[in-house]
Design a protein around this ligand. Structure first.
Ligand SMILES: Cc1cc2nc3c(=O)[nH]c(=O)nc-3n(C[C@H](O)[C@H](O)[C@H](O)COP(=O)(O)OP(=O)(O)OC[C@H]3O[C@@H](n4cnc5c(N)ncnc54)[C@H](O)[C@@H]3O)c2cc1C
Length: 391
C-alpha cells in the first residue's frame, strides 16, 4: 500500500488529510506535525496582544482526524527527495510514495541588520505567547524602572499582520494600563512601514480608513519610513531612532526553512509549483500553502499566501493524489479569491468581499462579517475543526 506523508497540520495539511479521507484513497496517510495541536494562524495576533488565550484557537490533532490516519508528533528537519524519505528530529526517517508538504511560514527579516536578534516575531503559539509575555513584562517593569521605553511598543510593518496586531493592541492597552496602573499618556504604540501605503492588498479607500482608524486610536503611523537597522531597544528608520523596549517584527513571511534545507529551487523558501500543484520533474511531490508559490495568470505574480488559498490548494492536491493512485489525469488548480477581511481589534475592520458581487465594508459590521465568515466557514478562512467536520 502506498504511503502519503502530509507534513504540517496547519490549514493546508489538515484540509489535505480531510479531503484524502473524503476521496477514500487506498493508501496509508501519515500526518507529521511539530505540536500535538492545530492552531489557527489567522488569529495569532490576538494571542500576541492578549485578547485571546491559546485554548481559544487550538485543538488536538488526534481528536480531529480519524484513527486510520497515523499522527506523528515530530519536527521535520529535511526531506531526502532522492530517496523519498522525510528526515525527522527524533524518529526514524519516514518513507513516502506521495508527499504533501504543508510546513507553512516563518517570519522574514529581509536581511535587515539586527532585526532577527533584536525584535520579536510570531508564527506559532509559543512565539505569540513570547511576544505577549515580553510586552507585559516591560509594562510591569515601568513601576520600578520609570523608563519610558518600557511603555513604548514598536510594530515593524503595516501589512496584514502588523495592522491586525495594532488593532488588537489598541483595544487591549487601556486594560493593561489599568491593570498595571500605568500613566496612559506615556504609553506609545508606534508603527513603522517602508511603503507609503498600509495594507497594500486592499483598495486605497479601505486602507486609508484603516490608517485613520488606528491614528484615531493614538497610534503613531510612520509610513514611507524604511527600517535600516534594529539595535537592542532601538529601531533605526528614515534617519530617525525609535526607542522601545518591545519591538515586534511583522514585515513579511517566507516559507519554512525545510524548503531550502531540502534543495528545492525556491525564492524566500517558496517553490513555484506546476498547474497540478506538484513540483517540476517530481510528480509525486506536492506543495501547498505558504511553502508554495502559485502564479496568478492575470498578473504573472504569485498569489498572496493566505489560509484561503491554502485550503483551496489542499482540495486539489488530495484529488490529484487520488487521481494518480487510480491512473487518472490530475486536475489544474484554478483560484478565485472570495475576499479579504482585516480586523482592527474585536469590533472593527475593513473587508473586500468578492462573492455575490464586490463589496467594500468598513467599521463595526466587519467584526460581524469576520465572525460570520469564520463561524460558518463561508470563506473558509478559519475554524478548521468545523471545516473538517463539514461536507
Ligand atoms: C496574524 C495573521 C493573520 C492572518 N489572517 C489571515 C486571514 O484573515 N485570512 C487568510 O486567508 N490568511 C490569513 N493569514 C495567513 C495565513 O495564516 C497563512 O497563509 C496560513 O496559515 C498558511 O497555512 P499553512 O497550512 O500553509 O501553514 P501554517 O498555518 O503555518 O501551518 C503549518 C503547520 O506546520 C507545522 N510545522 C512547521 N514547521 C514544522 C516542522 N519543521 N516540522 C513539523 N511541523 C512543522 C506548524 O506547527 C503548523 O501546524 C494570517 C497570517 C497571520 C500571521
Amino acid at each position: 500500500m502506498a504511503t502519503i506523508a502530509v507534513l504540517g497540520a496547519g490549514y493546508a495539511g489538515m484540509r489535505a488529510v480531510k479531503r484524502l479521507i473524503h476521496e477514500k484513497v487506498d493508501a496509508r496517510i501519515v500526518l507529521v506535525n511539530d505540536h500535538p495541536y492545530h492552531y489557527e494562524s489567522t488569529q495569532l495576533h490576538e494571542i500576541a496582544a492578549g485578547n485571546k488565550e491559546p485554548a481559544d484557537i487550538t485543538f488536538d490533532i488526534r481528536e480531529a482526524v480519524p484513527d486510520k490516519v497515523d499522527v506523528v508528533i515530530d519536527t521535520v528537519e529535511r526531506i531526502d527527495r532522492e530517496h523519498g524519505q522525510v528526515m525527522l528530529k527524533n524518529g526514524e526517517p519516514l518513507a513516502y510514495d506521495y508527499l504533501v508538504n504543508a510546513l507553512g511560514f516563518e517570519s522574514e527579516t529581509f536581511g535587515i541588520p539586527g532585526a532577527e536578534e533584536n525584535s520579536l516575531s510570531f508564527n506559532n503559539i509559543d512565539s505569540a505567547m513570547a511576544v505577549r509575555e515580553h510586552m507585559e513584562k516591560a509594562l510591569a517593569n515601568y513601576a520600578t524602572s520609570h523608563d519610558e521605553n518600557d511603555l513604548h511598543i514598536v510594530v515593524c510593518g503595516a501589512g496584514f499582520t502588523g495592522i491586525e496586531l495594532l488593532g488588537e493592541l489598541a483595544w487591549r492597552m487601556p486594560q493593561l494600563a489599568k491593570g498595571y496602573e500605568l500613566p496612559e499618556d506615556l504609553i506609545k504604540l508606534i508603527c513603522i512601514e517602508a511603503s507609503p501605503k498600509v495594507l497594500g492588498m486592499l483598495p486605497e479607500s479601505l486602507a486609508t480608513w484603516a490608517l485613520d482608524y488606528l491614528t484615531g486610536k493614538g497610534i503613531a503611523m510612520h509610513t514611507g519610513t524604511a527600517i535600516t537597522e534594529v539595535r537592542p531597544g532601538v529601531v533605526v528608520a528614515g534617519g530617525q531612532e525609535f526607542h522601545a523596549n518591545t519591538i515586534i517584527w511583522t514585515t513579511g513571511v517566507r516559507g519554512s526553512r525545510v524548503i531550502c534545507d531540502s534543495g528545492y529551487e525556491q525564492r524566500r523558501n517558496r517553490v513555484m509549483v506546476q498547474e497540478d500543484l506538484s513540483v517540476k520533474d517530481h510528480p509525486n511531490e506536492f506543495l501547498v500553502g505558504d511553502v508554495s508559490a502559485v502564479p496568478d495568470v492575470q498578473t504573472g505574480r504569485p498569489y498572496p499566501t493566505t489560509a484561503q488559498i491554502s485550503i483551496a490548494q489542499a482540495d486539489v492536491v488530495a484529488a490529484n493524489i487520488a487521481a494518480r493512485l487510480t491512473g487518472h489525469e490530475p486536475h489544474k488548480f484554478v483560484f478565485k479569491s472570495v475576499g479579504t477581511v482585516c480586523s482592527l481589534g474585536p469590533h472593527a475592520g475593513v473587508a473586500q468581499i468578492d462573492m455575490m458581487g464586490h463589496w467594500k465594508l468598513k467599521g463595526r459590521k466587519v467584526g460581524m462579517v469576520k465572525r460570520l465568515v469564520n463561524d460558518r466557514s463561508v470563506l473558509e478562512l478559519a475554524h478548521v475543526k468545523e471545516m473538517l467536520e463539514s461536507n
